[in-house]
Design a protein around this ligand. Structure first.
Ligand SMILES: [Zn+2]
Length: 379
C-alpha cells in the first residue's frame, strides 16, 4: 500500500519540478526563491525525491533515479539561462540614463574637444541613413575569403584577391584575411534575415597599399543594403539623392555614371556637384564641377542566391562610400595621412559642409511646390 502511494508521489514531484522550470524569474529575489525550491535541505524538491528514492523497493530505485537525474540536468541548464538573463537585466537597470546631457571631461584651462573629423563624419552619415529607416549592422574585421570575395560574386582570378592587395592571415584551407571592404556584413545579414532588409554597415577595412597622400592601408567604409519586393533603380537614386542633399546641403545636384562591380548589376558611380566652387570648377573637383563620392548598383541576383534569397521575388540595391573621402571633402583635407596623426587643431577647424538639420529629414526634403493639404493642417 505504502509503495503505491509513494510511487505516485515521486511522479507528482518530478512533474511539479518541470512545471517550475518553465517559469521565468524577473528579479534576483525570484531567482533565489527558485533555487531554494529545488535545492534547499531538507525540504527542497531534490531532497524530497531523494528521500523517496532511499525508501523505494529495489526494482523502483532505478526508475526514480533516472527521472531525478534528468530533472537535475534540466534544472542546471535552466539555471544558467536564468542567471544570464537576470544579470543582463541588472546591468541595464544599473546603466546611467542615456538621455541625460553629456559632461565634458577636459583638463582645466583647455576648451572641450569635438569629435575627430572621421568620427564626426561617420556619425553624420549613420544619422542620415538611420532617419531614412536603415539599421546599423556590424561584422568581424577578420574574414574568410567566402564572405569577403566568393559570396560577393568576385571570381577566383579577380586581381583584388592577389596578395599585393589583401592582407592574408592564412593563405589556405580556407583563406582568412583582413576584410577589404564592409560588404561581408551584407552577406552575413542576408544569411540570417529575410527581406525586407534595410541596413548600413560602417567599419574599418584594410588593403595592402603603399601609403601616400591619397591611399592608406586602413580606412573606413559605410556600405548600405536594401532588399525587398519591387526595389528599383528609382529607390536607389532617391535614397542616395536624399543622402547627398542632407550631407552636402539642399542645393546639391547628383549624377550617376555607369560603372562595374562584381556584386551589382547594373553598377554606378555617384558624383555630387562640387560644394566648394558650386560646380564652376576648382582644384578639389579638378575643374570638372563634380566630385565622385560613392559606388552603388542593383544587387546581382547571384549574390541573393548565395544567401538563399529568391531573386525572382526580391531585388535590392547596395552602395558603399569611403568615410575618409567624405571627411577630406568636408574638412578640405588634402592628405589622408593627416587623419591618422594626432593633430591639435582638429578641435578648432569646423567642417565646411552644411550641417545636418535637426528639423528632421522629411520636413526638409519635401519639394517646395508640394503645399500642405487640408488633412496635414488638421494634424
Ligand atoms: Zn570644385
Amino acid at each position: 500500500m505504502g509503495s503505491v502511494s509513494s510511487s505516485t508521489q515521486w511522479e507528482r514531484l518530478i512533474e511539479e519540478g518541470y512545471q517550475r522550470l518553465n517559469t521565468n524569474p524577473s528579479t534576483p529575489e525570484e531567482l533565489q526563491q527558485l533555487k531554494q525550491f529545488f535545492t534547499s535541505k531538507p525540504n527542497g524538491l531534490f531532497a524530497r525525491i531523494q528521500q523517496i528514492l532511499r525508501e523505494a523497493p529495489p526494482e523502483e530505485k532505478r526508475v526514480i533515479g533516472k527521472a531525478l537525474n534528468a530533472l537535475r540536468t534540466a534544472y542546471q541548464e535552466r539555471w544558467q539561462a536564468w542567471k544570464t538573463v537576470i544579470t543582463q537585466h541588472a546591468e541595464v537597470q544599473a546603466f546611467p540614463d542615456p538621455t541625460l546631457p553629456g559632461v565634458w571631461t577636459t583638463l582645466p584651462g583647455l576648451t572641450p574637444c569635438p569629435s575627430h573629423p572621421l568620427t564626426a563624419t561617420l556619425n553624420q552619415i549613420c544619422t542620415i541613413f538611420m532617419r531614412l529607416g536603415f539599421w546599423i549592422a556590424e561584422g568581424p574585421e577578420i574574414e574568410t575569403d567566402w564572405y569577403n570575395f566568393t559570396a560577393l560574386n568576385i571570381p577566383e582570378d579577380h586581381p583584388a584577391r592577389e596578395m599585393q592587395d589583401t592582407f592574408y592571415i592564412r593563405v589556405d584551407d580556407p583563406p582568412v584575411l583582413l576584410r577589404t571592404h564592409t560588404s561581408p556584413v551584407q552577406i552575413r545579414v542576408m544569411e540570417k534575415m529575410r527581406p525586407p532588409i534595410r541596413i548600413i554597415a560602417p567599419g574599418r577595412v584594410y588593403r595592402n597599399e603603399t601609403v601616400s597622400a591619397r591611399a592608406h592601408v586602413q580606412f573606413h567604409q559605410v556600405e548600405g543594403l536594401y532588399v525587398d519586393r519591387h526595389v528599383t533603380i528609382a529607390d536607389l537614386k532617391s535614397t542616395l539623392n536624399a543622402f547627398a542633399r542632407q550631407f552636402f546641403g539642399p542645393a546639391t545636384r547628383t549624377r550617376f555614371r555607369i560603372s562595374y562591380f562584381p556584386f551589382t548589376e547594373p553598377s554606378f558611380e555617384m558624383d555630387v556637384s562640387c560644394t566648394l566652387c558650386d560646380g564652376k570648377g576648382c582644384a578639389v573637383c579638378k575643374r570638372t564641377g563634380w566630385v565622385e563620392i560613392l559606388g552603388c548598383g542593383m544587387v546581382d541576383p547571384a549574390v541573393l542566391e548565395n544567401c538563399q534569397i529568391d531573386p525572382e521575388q526580391y531585388s535590392g540595391f547596395a552602395f558603399g562610400m569611403g568615410v575618409e573621402r567624405l571627411t577630406m571633402l568636408s574638412y578640405r583635407i588634402e592628405d589622408i595621412r593627416r587623419l591618422f596623426q594626432a593633430e591639435w587643431h582638429w578641435r578648432v577647424q569646423p567642417p565646411v559642409h552644411v550641417p545636418v538639420s535637426p528639423a528632421g529629414f522629411h520636413q526638409k526634403m519635401r519639394p517646395e511646390e508640394e503645399k500642405p493639404t487640408e488633412a496635414d493642417k488638421k494634424e
